[in-house]
Design a binder for this molecule. Structure first.
Ligand SMILES: O=C(O)CCC(=O)C(=O)O
Ligand SMILES: [Fe+2]
Length: 205
């Protein structure tokens, strides 16, 4: 595994990139098992299917809200536990205290599957979340865009690569995985996160 490529972006956004976190054969076999073994779900947004399939794994009680619906996580599988721990260790080696309690899987079936510009800024993720994003399968372009200056940065997320997002990135930058007309195969992306459990609101009086 090579060292981190580190990009410090405007206003304190930080990116770390390891192109070969997993060897090609390892990435391919993980891709095949995830495609086969994951309970993929199709979600809808205002009645329209979102252009990708998803799955959510995590510690018991770490729920995930989507379109106003509370989702319970799938139980961690052995391969996902191993991956989670190896990724945390990779973060620690570079000074990131990354202990994850959940992972969101996205499956992009072809070039028409995508994710629009957004920031991972849900309150449950905390002030400056540390997110690790592992890519498997087809190479896709990942775009970052500053929310006010519109400066952009584009990276190719290759199979087996690991992308770290941290610092103030989610405040000042959005990211997207655009559609492509190229004929591309399946891609699976895993974003490991620490999601704080929402406690019920205590009311006074
Ligand atoms: O697929 C990717 O590389 C990005 C996924 C993403 O941004 C997300 O799930 O929040
Ligand atoms: Fe995201």
């Amino acid at each position: 595994m090579t060292a981190w490529q580190r990009y410090s972006l405007a206003d304190g956004g930080e990116i770390g990139f390891i192109p070969d976190f997993l060897a090609p054969a390892e990435a391919e076999s993980l891709l095949q098992s995830l495609l086969h073994d994951t309970p993929w779900e199709q979600h809808f947004f205002f009645g329209k299917p979102i252009p990708r399939l998803t799955a959510w794994y995590g510690d018991a009680g770490v729920t995930y809200r989507y379109s106003g619906i509370q989702h319970n996580p799938e139980h961690w599988t052995q391969p996902l536990i191993q991956l989670r721990d190896a990724i945390s260790e990779n973060g620690s080696a570079d000074g990131l205290d990354a202990s994850f309690n959940s992972v969101l899987l996205n499956r992009y079936r072809n070039g028409q599957d995508s994710v629009a510009f957004h920031a991972d800024n849900e309150p449950e993720l905390g002030q400056n979340p540390i997110i690790a994003s592992l890519s498997l399968g087809a190479v896709r372009r990942f775009r970052l865009r500053h929310v006010s200056t519109r400066e952009t940065m584009t990276m190719n997320l290759t199979s087996g690569s690991l992308l770290w997002m941290f610092g103030t990135l989610q405040h000042h930058w959005e990211h997207a995985l655009p559609k492509t007309n190229l004929s591309v195969g399946e891609r699976v992306n895993l974003t490991f996160r620490r999601t704080n459990v929402r406690l019920p609101q205590l009311r006074e009086g």
